[in-house]
Design a protein around this ligand. Structure first.
Ligand code: NAP
Length: 299
């Protein structure tokens, strides 16, 4: 149980509602800011405005998946008021408070170091990234289906990058009967891809591999689908770029060649906000409970 844990939630989207619900069910004392337009009834949760006073007694400050921008602005889907975290707010936090987010930008990292506050980036964790790869792959399949006139079954697909997202993507495509080729850069991944039944190749040879593809899913967060590679692809190919912005594809050149190339950020929050919220909630709760155990303040 989270009895005695004081949590403040600032902004977010539908995923955050799941996290708020779970923490409240586990008896945390929960205050939320930036949810004025939320119609759902949230029991035993106090709705507040952001102030240094609210933050003074918090043990946990929970920010949305993308914590805040480089001006301290926090994204709020359920409020028309904007929320801005300033020095005054960080100065009010106790050094024992932990800030949780999905991914932090440089401002948040810098200001937490400056005020000696622990920052936890949940999406950096392998377990969260692997669970999150499931709604990501489902969202990518949805986009593929919406943007092609052929079945995934039997289609020639390339997945670039065999990390946490790429692995799940390739396995999902394989499950639907696609012919999957996997672009990797290490011998280890080459061997594993081969063992999985995906035809592996080295990403340095990408331009020689794309001649007959129907779909390309990129998870490599660097410019990898270059103009040179695009010039060798069929015009009918569809590229779904899952790598974080700006992605790994030369979108300008793809458009010039008439190839459909789509940057697809934030799919878990779009296609499965409930599941994505539960993934975050489970990990957040476990981390807080582990912290309580270490400090010896469990019930
Ligand atoms: P990851 O586990 O680190 O996988 C990235 C893969 O890219 C690794 O296998 C890495 O190979 C490979 N790679 C990196 N640079 C390369 C290069 N120059 N040449 C060849 N391969 C290279 O990351 P992830 O969790 O799968 O996430 C991948 C990307 O998807 C990230 O940008 C992440 O933010 C994004 N993402 C997007 C969504 C969405 O909704 N669109 C959801 C989740 C994640 P090595 O192992 O050899 O280093």
């Amino acid at each position: 149980m989270l009895t005695g844990v004081r949590m403040v939630f600032l902004g977010g989207d539908a995923r955050q509602i799941e996290v708020i619900r779970k923490c409240s069910e586990l008896n945390a004392s929960v205050s939320i800011v930036g949810f004025e337009d939320l119609k759902d009834k949230l029991v035993n949760i106090s709705r507040n405005k952001l102030s240094p006073k609210l933050l003074e007694t918090a043990n946990c400050l929970v920010l949305p998946v993308i914590g805040c921008d480089d001006e301290g602005k926090v994204n709020t889907l359920f409020s028309s008021d904007s929320i801005e975290l300033t020095d005054e707010h960080f100065a009010a936090l106790s050094p024992k408070c932990t800030v949780y987010t999905g991914m932090a930008k440089s401002y948040l990292r810098k200001v937490c170091i400056q005020y000696g506050i622990k920052l936890v980036e949940l999406l950096e964790r392998d377990d969260v990234a692997i669970y999150n790869s499931i709604p990501t792959a489902e969202g990518a399949l949805m986009m593929a289906i919406q943007n092609t006139d052929f079945t995934i079954h039997g289609s020639n697909c390339i997945v670039l990058g065999m990390g946490r997202t790429g692995f799940t993507m390739a396995r999902s495509l394989q499950g639907l009967g696609a012919k999957v080729r996997m672009g990797v850069r290490s011998e280890e991944h080459f061997a594993r891809a081969s063992e999985m039944g995906w035809e592996p190749f080295l990403t340095r040879d990408l331009e020689y591999e794309v001649g007959n593809i129907g779909l390309l899913f990129n998870t490599i967060p660097t410019m990898i689908v270059t103009a040179q590679t695009l010039s060798k692809m069929p015009q009918s190919a569809v590229i779904i770029d899952l790598a974080s912005a700006p992605g790994g594809c030369d979108f300008r050149y793809a458009e010039k060649r008439g190839i459909k190339a789509l940057l697809a950020p934030g799919l878990p929050g779009i296609v499965a906000p409930k599941t994505a919220g539960i993934i975050i909630a489970n990990t957040l709760v476990q981390l807080i409970l582990d912290g309580k155990k270490i400090r010896g303040d469990g019930e």
